[in-house]
Design a protein around this ligand. Structure first.
Ligand SMILES: Cc1ncc(COP(=O)(O)O)c(C=O)c1O
Length: 406
């Protein structure tokens, strides 16, 4: 790791203008940190003779249910397929509308399309970038069947207000908990804050199964439907075929191929005991960033709702680009030139061609999400990120902002 190395001739000249980079190797935006436990768990499954959905999945589901204090946890092939299964269980289909925040990953809305329903985009809160309850209240109409709240970056959405609206207007409240492994709200875990939730175990998530997801719900009827629908619509007991006997299995409903396999489940299960320590480290990094960035003019950090605790999945900031001679995209390149990995979470859905041209959304209708799309960037965040590395990230950002200030 390189120490801070200001250029003695011109300490403020950024690397993209010929200054000395703050780091001489790239600090990645995200670094995976798996070890022997994960390797051994996956090998054990490979050697066991049972590869697909089976005992490891059951154990992983039980561990995740206990972690989130959810009544049911059902492993899926991804968060996206989990969202689709929830919408299916909720009876959402053609002719229905589902409210989705404009500031999210496309999957939140595409799951609604997979269910045959229409996603209706809703603007987000300016300092939180989660779905705006007032905009939700205005958007609920006679066809609205569900609201999907995204816990963006790991901060919970305004769940009390959303739950009250959902109850009052008779619609379902679903958590897109892709970023929310470790998120809490008023003493309760994400996954228990609405009617059902879908988590992601994609490769860069707080816990990963390469690809994978988990649905949590307190509703027994939905849990049953989702279990059956995730694996071809076959009745569940008979699908646990262990090769020792034979029972006819039966197709009892429409289903998909959305199950998680046992190698993936074992990989996830091996990380469960590590989650608490990883979470503590992520939160410490989040605090370190906040304290250091408080000294940097022109950068705002996201905040959560009252009573919210973040999973610190990612660390997006909002840059006041009006103070700068460069735009956000040039800023991303300038940070990369300093050796700092970056991400963008997100460019709002109406800025994407599919949402604009095929679905007809206009960016102007979502001013908060659109404005944030041009000002947000995410800084490196992973449990092994060192304090000195955080200082380098902040020093690089501060140097670039100073240099390009109007
Ligand atoms: C907010 C959000 N929702 C849904 C997804 C989709 O997750 P998956 O890749 O597990 O389907 C992602 C993926 O990163 C996401 O960020």
């Amino acid at each position: 790791m390189s120490a801070l190395r200001p250029d003695p001739a011109s300490p403020d000249r950024p690397a993209c203008e010929g200054g000395t980079p703050i780091r001489d190797s790239l600090l990645p935006f995200f670094r995976l940190d798996l070890g022997r436990e994960e390797e051994e768990a996956v090998l054990a499954v490979l050697r066991s003779g049972w590869l697909t959905t089976g005992p490891q999945c059951e154990r992983f589901e039980a561990a995740f249910a206990s972690y989130t204090e959810a009544r049911h946890a059902i492993a899926t092939s991804s968060c996206t397929t989990g969202l689709h299964l929830i919408l299916h269980a909720a009876g959402v289909g053609p002719g229905d509308e589902v409210l989705v925040p404009a500031m999210t990953f496309p999957a939140t809305a595409s799951a609604v399309l997979h269910a045959g329903a229409r996603p209706v985009l809703v603007d987000v809160l300016p300092e939180q970038l989660t779905i705006d309850p007032a905009a939700v209240a205005a958007a609920i109409g006679p066809r609205t069947r569900a609201i999907v709240a995204v816990h963006l970056a790991g901060w919970p959405a305004e769940m009390d207000a959303l739950r009250a609206l959902a109850a009052e207007r008779g619609v379902v409240l679903i958590e897109d908990a892709a970023h929310a492994i470790g998120t809490r709200y008023r003493g309760r875990s994400a996954g228990t804050l609405g009617d059902a939730a879908s988590f992601s175990f994609y490769a860069n998530k707080n816990l990963t199964t390469c690809e994978g997801g988990m649905v949590t719900t307190a509703r027994d009827d939905w849990a049953r439907t989702i279990r059956v629908a995730r694996l071809h619509g076959i009745d569940v007991d008979a699908s646990r075929r262990d090769g020792r006997g034979y029972r006819h299995w039966e197709s009892v409903a429409l289903g998909w191929k959305y199950n998680l396999n046992d190698m993936q489940a074992a990989l996830g299960l091996a990380q469960m005991p590590k989650l608490a320590a990883w979470q503590a480290r992520r939160v410490a990094i989040d605090r370190h960033y906040r304290a250091a960035l408080a000294q940097v003019e022109g950068v705002a950090v996201l905040r959560g709702p009252d009573g919210g605790e973040t999973s610190a999945h990612i660390f997006p900031v909002l840059v006041d680009t009006e103070r700068l001679r460069i735009d956000r995209d040039a800023l991303l390149q300038a940070l990369l030139a300093e050796g700092i990995g970056v991400g963008v979470h997100y460019r709002a859905l109406p800025l994407h061609r599919f949402f604009r041209e095929d679905l007809g959304f206009r960016a102007e209708a979502f001013p908060v999400a659109t404005d944030a799309s041009h000002r947000t960037l995410s800084l490196p965040m992973f449990p092994a990120l060192a304090g000195a590395e955080i200082d380098q990230v902040v020093a690089a950002l501060a140097r670039i902002l100073r240099y390009y200030a109007r």
